[in-house]
Design a protein around this ligand. Sequence first.
Ligand code: GAR
Length: 190
Amino acid sequence: MKNIVIFASGSGSNAEKIISYFLHSSTAKVVLVLSNNEKAGVLAKAEAHNVPTLVFTKEQLNSGFVLRHLQAFNPHLIVLAGFLQKFPGDIIAAYPHKVINIHPALLPKYGGKGMYGAHVHRAVHENGDKESGITIHYVNDNYDEGNVIFQKAVSIEECLSPDEVALKVLELEHEHFPKVIEELINGKID
Ligand code: GAR
């Protein structure tokens, strides 16, 4: 059984999908959810599934405390699912090729510092793009620049607002993120 740990800062709808997807799997399971935000909805969602949680400060993230805590859970894959802080280099170095992120746009468009969540969908909508989508990628020391693992596009021609774009993209995330994680763990993609 391979251990998945999830970092999330917000509502945690992706985290919940991933937890549920692996509930009855014999391959992997979510063993820990971590958040920098004590008010994040993801914490209640994890607890509802009896997944242990950890809330940490920025200082704890960057001082080795979070890395030490993680090591006790022996993660095979570290998943950022709406995690909005810069991910520390020491954890990336300790788990090479094992830290992945989901981004709600077709990178390299609409990536980088400050480009997250609603900001992304607003920019896509304002530019009048006909499609958006999701990118799942490895995490390196620069925001949204690690190697791409998976992308999927969706037409947003009918979307009248950034919120409608967001909804379409979130649906794609929920559909594909758990499966891509499973394929990575099974070595079907890399
Ligand atoms: C997701 O759409 C994810 O792609 C995005 O935050 C949302 C979290 O939703 N991540 C980023 O923008 C990272 N740059 P959730 O909390 O409902 O899973």
